[in-house]
Design a protein around this ligand. Structure first.
Ligand code: C2E
Ligand code: MG
Ligand code: MG
Ligand code: MG
Length: 292
């Protein structure tokens, strides 16, 4: 090991560790000050209902507007925020900001949109979450029915018996729950059927090659079948082509999200998307929802 390699190597190794540790610590402190200085921003990705052809909801997706590095995607800072214990504060900001935005859209006279919010494990297990959400709904004059909370399989299956209780406490107020990235984790079907959830979100990795990989097409097909047998609805993630949309419609998938409709965009663009674009005809052809 390092000591056996001689003094020089040992020092080199230690310096390497220190560099990584220093980077991580500075990222942590930047995250904390970023939160204080309101450097986080939510972008929203519309969800299209394939039955009505209408935009019926949005998913809130966080970005970090870093003063020197620009817009940083969540994959680059959420894991660090989780390890550093800052995720709860960030998650609470997300809830607050998403509810504020929903209230603002309502005041602007926009048709009611449902809001999907991603929850971290810590947030989900926080016993004060239902009361916190009730408070935010009240402050912004919102119906709980407009909110959808997304948890992944790893969040929901970590201790499934506790999950059932937490989910009951959350859905008691009328909000709904989704399982995100479905099929990529370890779902127990025995528990899945007991969870008071409304939606399964098919992960983008299964949608990507739906046209060329028969196994992926079958996985999507069977997921929709399973969801419907359990009384759940399905949202497909990452839909980029019209052929994917057509296939998903043919197997009875209710809603889609993806670049075909729109990437995640700032709130102002959601407003113009919803205002400018009429519903898509059932079976209609080309769809290009571009923010003007
Ligand atoms: P997710 O919840 O599964 O979100 C979907 C991701 O797929 C988003 O990445 C979205 O931009 C991307 N996406 C959507 N449509 C397409 C498409 O057609 N093609 C491709 N290639 N990608 C598409 P994003 O915004 O980078 O977020 C990544 C993940 O970060 C999210 O995955 C979620 O797990 C996490 N995340 C985002 N916001 C939050 C948050 O507020 N709290 C927590 N705890 N996690 C969050
Ligand atoms: Mg999500
Ligand atoms: Mg997802
Ligand atoms: Mg995903």
């Amino acid at each position: 090991h390092a000591k056996a390699m001689g003094r020089g190597n040992f020092q080199f190794f230690t310096e390497g560790m220190n560099a990584a540790t220093t980077r991580r610590l500075s990222l942590e402190s930047e995250l904390r000050s970023g939160l204080e200085r309101e450097q986080f921003v939510l972008h929203y990705q519309p969800q299209l209902d394939l039955r009505s052809g209408r935009l019926v909801g949005v998913e809130a997706l966080i970005r970090w507007n870093h003063p020197s590095r620009g817009l940083i995607p969540p994959a680059e800072f959420i894991p660090v925020a989780e390890e550093a214990g800052i995720i709860d504060a960030i998650g609470d900001w997300v809830l607050q900001e998403a509810c504020r935005q929903l209230g603002a859209w309502r005041e602007a006279g926009l048709d009611p949109l449902r809001m999907s919010i991603n929850l971290s494990t810590g947030q989900f297990l926080d016993k004060t979450l239902p009361a916190r959400i009730a408070e935010l709904l009240e402050v912004h004059g919102l119906h709980a029915g407009l909110l959808d909370l997304e948890v992944t399989e790893s969040v929901s299956m970590a201790s499934p018996n506790e999950t059932i209780e937490v989910m009951r406490a959350l859905t008691g107020s009328g909000l709904s729950l989704s399982i995100d990235d479905f099929g990529t984790g370890y779902s127990s079907l025995a528990y899945l059927k007991l969870f008071p959830i409304r939606t399964l979100k098919i992960d983008r990795s299964f949608v990507k090659d739906i046209e060329t990989d028969p196994s992926d097409a079958d996985i999507c097909d069977v997921t929709v079948l399973l969801a419907h047998r359990l009384g759940l609805e399905v949202v497909a993630e990452g839909v980029e082509t019209e052929a994917q949309l057509k296939f998903l419609r043919s197997i009875g998938c209710e809603k889609i999200q993806g670049y075909l409709i729109s990437p995640p965009v700032p709130a102002a663009q959601i407003e113009s998307l919803v205002r400018r674009h009429p519903p898509i005809e059932a079976g209609g052809s080309v769809i290009l929802w571009q923010a003007a």
